[in-house]
Design a protein around this ligand. Structure first.
Ligand code: GNR
Ligand code: NI
Length: 167
C-alpha cells in the first residue's frame, strides 16, 4: 500500500479525460488499494484516479460513518438520473473550498468491481453526489468549474496564496 500525492486545482492534469480500463488486473487492484489508503488518510469520502495523476477510469468511495464500506467503481457509467438537489461540495484537489452545486438527486450507476464483474447500483444522498463528483473528475472536470468565473478566480488566488504560505 502507498499514499499517493493529490493534484491541486488548477493543475491542468486535473482536466485530462481518463481512459477506459480494458482488464481489471493486479495493477488496477493495486491502484484501487493505494487510492483507498490515500482517500482514508486525507480524509475524504471519495477519490478519482485523475486526482493522483493516473488517467484511468477508477474511483473509490466510502460514505459510511465508520469508514468501513469501501466501494470501487471501474469504468463507471450513469445509466439514468432523477430529480435535482443542491448540496455543498468540497474536493481534496481544492482544499478548504466549499460551495453549492446542483446535481441529480438519484442516479443509477453501472461499473465493474475489483473482480472485473459488472454491477449496478442506485445511489442517492451523499453517495449520488459523490459518484457524480468522481465521474466528473474522470471527464477532467473539477466541481469549482460549475461556479462563476469570478468565484473561480477568487479560489485560484486563495489557493495560490496558501501554496506560498505552505511552501
Ligand atoms: O471528501 C470529499 N467530500 C465531498 C463532499 C461533498 C461532495 C463531494 C465530496 S468528494 C470529496 C473527495 C474528493 O475530492 N473526491 O474527488
Ligand atoms: Ni474531488
Amino acid at each position: 500500500m502507498a499514499l499517493l500525492p493529490i493534484l491541486r486545482y488548477p493543475d491542468p492534469r486535473l482536466n485530462k479525460k481518463a481512459a477506459k480500463v480494458d482488464v481489471v488486473d493486479a495493477g488496477i487492484r493495486k491502484l484501487a488499494a493505494d487510492m483507498a489508503e490515500t482517500m482514508y488518510a486525507a480524509p475524504g469520502v471519495g477519490l478519482a484516479a485523475t486526482q493522483v495523476d493516473v488517467h484511468k477510469r477508477v474511483i473509490v468511495i466510502d460514505v459510511s460513518e465508520d469508514k468501513n464500506e469501501l466501494q470501487v467503481f471501474i469504468n463507471p457509467e450513469i445509466l439514468s438520473r432523477e430529480g435535482e438537489c443542491e448540496a455543498e461540495e468540497g474536493c481534496l484537489s481544492v482544499p478548504g473550498i466549499y460551495d453549492l452545486v446542483t446535481r441529480a438527486a438519484k442516479v443509477r450507476v453501472r461499473a465493474l468491481g475489483l473482480d472485473g464483474e459488472p454491477f449496478e447500483l442506485e445511489a442517492e444522498d451523499l453517495l449520488a453526489v459523490c459518484v457524480q463528483h468522481e465521474i466528473d473528475h474522470l471527464e477532467g472536470k473539477v466541481f469549482v468549474e460549475y461556479l462563476s468565473r469570478l468565484k473561480q478566480a477568487r479560489i485560484k488566488a486563495k489557493l495560490a496564496k496558501q501554496a506560498r504560505i505552505t511552501a
